[in-house]
Design a binder for this molecule. Structure first.
Ligand code: MRU
Length: 369
């Protein structure tokens, strides 16, 4: 049951980078979800409507909405969209059946970013805690309010990550990032990019090298666009150039996002992150992960248990419409890799910085939640 996200939303005519909203819910529980179609950027800034849960699933699967926190928010609103198809006289049994169906369906969209499952579980728990005592419309309302809360909380979380992270860097520094952990990947402002935005707002003049991030070019299409729109000195490089720029002594620090962090600090992020971390270690460059605590998965003792999404071969052989490999060549296309904790200098969270990265420091920081 896959469907393309629907209609072009008129709101986007008014959008520019200054007032973009990665995701928007208009109206009350009966309202609707719009999101920026990130597959069109940077050529077109267009918002699309998601009138049913199938279009939300498709938008997550095809990366119209992407980045771990944004996927979590989309999934939370996806539940609200999915519940709208219940008849007005639905009883508790029908509500519970539909909720389970929608949650399981959205959970099948992408496997790696734990924020997706975290958000789905949070809404499911909200519903379950009320099943015995509240009416179906009351439970549906509480679920909707919880989705909005996840969305709103993420804005504050990103600002705090920026605030703590920017203190690590100085005026004149040149930093490097991989993939896109910006405003587009969150409710607003980002995680890794929040550090750069906050440093700039604190009056520090920084330069950011953005890895283009093969095969889907989130670095070139999204990160370079966001940094430039915010007036940050930006240099786009191919992924394979990171070693050279570090050897040349151009880079003072690396900051990346995360899709799932195991209890010992092993971190899954966009494919290529592990290589950047190895390079940073070799060249003595500090390497930071910036992520909200919802990205930690304490059920996994280390990164070996993190499920890694494999995507279609065509993303490599036919990137952006042109065939660039022989027909029928075998392809391996993991979308994420796992960086071992020992390569991390620190993890920047909304509660502060975890350093050195180890199980006990992670537990201490997460006890603030
Ligand atoms: O496949 P994507 O574009 O969803 O991958 C995104 C990343 O790897 C991000 O770095 C991560 O989700 C953190 S976003 C704040």
């Amino acid at each position: 049951m896959s469907k393309e996200a629907g209609g072009f939303s008129p709101r986007c005519n008014k959008m520019s980078y200054k007032n973009i909203e990665t995701l928007t819910w208009s109206g009350d529980r009966g309202g609707g979800l719009c999101l920026i179609d990130q597959t069109l950027l940077p050529l077109e800034l267009r918002e699309i409507d998601c009138p049913d849960v199938e279009t939300v699933w498709e938008a997550i699967k095809t990366l119209r909405v992407r980045g771990a926190p944004a996927i979590g928010i989309a999934a939370a609103y996806g539940i609200c969209v999915g519940l709208q198809s219940l008849p007005s006289d639905a009883n508790h049994e029908m509500f519970k059946r539909r909720l389970d169906e929608v949650v399981d369906y959205l959970a099948s969209s992408r496997p790696t970013a734990v924020n997706l499952f975290w958000a789905l579980n949070r809404l499911k728990q909200t519903a379950h805690s009320l099943l015995e005592t509240k009416s179906v419309p009351e439970i549906a309302e509480a679920v909707f309010n919880e989705a909005k809360k996840i969305h709103e909380e993420d804005r504050a979380i990103c600002r705090n990550i920026g605030k703590y992270g920017q203190e690590l860097f100085n005026d004149g520094d040149t930093l490097l990032t991989h993939c896109n952990a910006g405003g587009l990947a969150t409710a607003d402002y980002g995680t890794a990019l929040a550090v750069f935005f906050a440093a700039t707002e604190a009056g520090k003049k920084i330069t950011v090298y953005a890895d283009e991030t093969r095969p889907l070019l989130q670095g070139a299409r999204l990160t370079a666009w966001e940094l430039k729109e915010r007036g940050i000195d930006t240099v786009l490089i191919c992924d394979s150039m990171a070693a050279m720029v570090m050897k040349q002594g151009k880079i003072n620090g690396v900051v990346v996002g995360a899709d799932r962090i195991a209890a010992n600090g092993d971190t899954a992020n966009k494919i290529g992150t592990y290589g950047v971390a190895v390079l940073a270690k070799h060249h003595n460059v500090p390497f930071y992960v910036a992520a909200p605590v919802s990205t930690f998965d304490l059920t996994l003792k280390d990164g070996s248990g993190i499920p890694i999404e494999e995507r279609k071969p065509e993303e490599i052989t036919n990137g952006f419409g042109k065939r660039t490999a022989p027909e029928e060549v075998k392809v391996y296309n993991p979308a994420f890799d796992v960086t071992p904790a020992e390569l991390l200098t620190g993890i920047i969270t909304e509660f502060g910085i975890i350093t050195p990265v180890n199980r006990s420091n992670i537990e201490k920081m997460l006890s603030f939640t």
